[in-house]
Design a protein around this ligand. Sequence first.
Ligand SMILES: N[C@@H](CCC(=O)N[C@@H](CS)C(=O)NCC(=O)O)C(=O)O
Length: 214
Amino acid sequence: MPQYKLIYFKTTGVSEFVRYLFSYADQDFEDVRHDITTWSKFKPETPYGVLPILEIDGKTYHQSLAIGRYLAKEFNLTGSNTLEDLEIDSMVDTINDYRILFSQYLWETNEDTRAKQKEQLVQEKIPFYLTRFENRVKANGGYFFGAKLTWADLFFVSLKPYVDFTIGFDTLKNHVALAEHAKKINAIPNIKKWLDTRPTECCIQEFLDAKHKD
Ligand SMILES: N[C@@H](CCC(=O)N[C@@H](CS)C(=O)NCC(=O)O)C(=O)O
């Protein structure tokens, strides 16, 4: 078995689904978590100055979705053929488009821009995406694709704490089918074990404070 070392921050964000993937597969991995102090020293050692990176037997790989896609293949959470993968990958990329909207809002420092982004997220973007995601899950037997568990399900569900924290409310409160989907994925025994034991320390606020001081 390869030795895996995931390097990210003391938070969930765009790497939590990688931790979900390892947990689902009951695969040991080293879970290295930076905060603002250690990150400034480590950043220059990364390929492109951002995280996550995954080391596999000491070799470094980067880009969260490429890492996730690789692990999903290793752990049988992709499609049965390339056409199925096209559909699953397109869902993952769409979920990532949704995630990026929250990231842009979270790191924006101009208060007027933030207010406009928040209004647009709450009134327009969140309902736009979640209505479509919900219809998709309803039409696919409770999953994002093909009435079976794929890495798209893990990606979407793993992002909930991050998007809820960023916007300040339970984004699934008016989307019963998505809330049920999240509950079902989080109840998978190996994932539940991860959720019950994962570290809760979070470094987002210290990064935000530093950004607002700049
Ligand atoms: N497309 C990249 C984006 C990586 C990225 O933007 N990472 C952020 C955290 S989510 C980061 O490392 N920020 C720290 C910095 O820019 O100094 C991926 O998905 O891996």
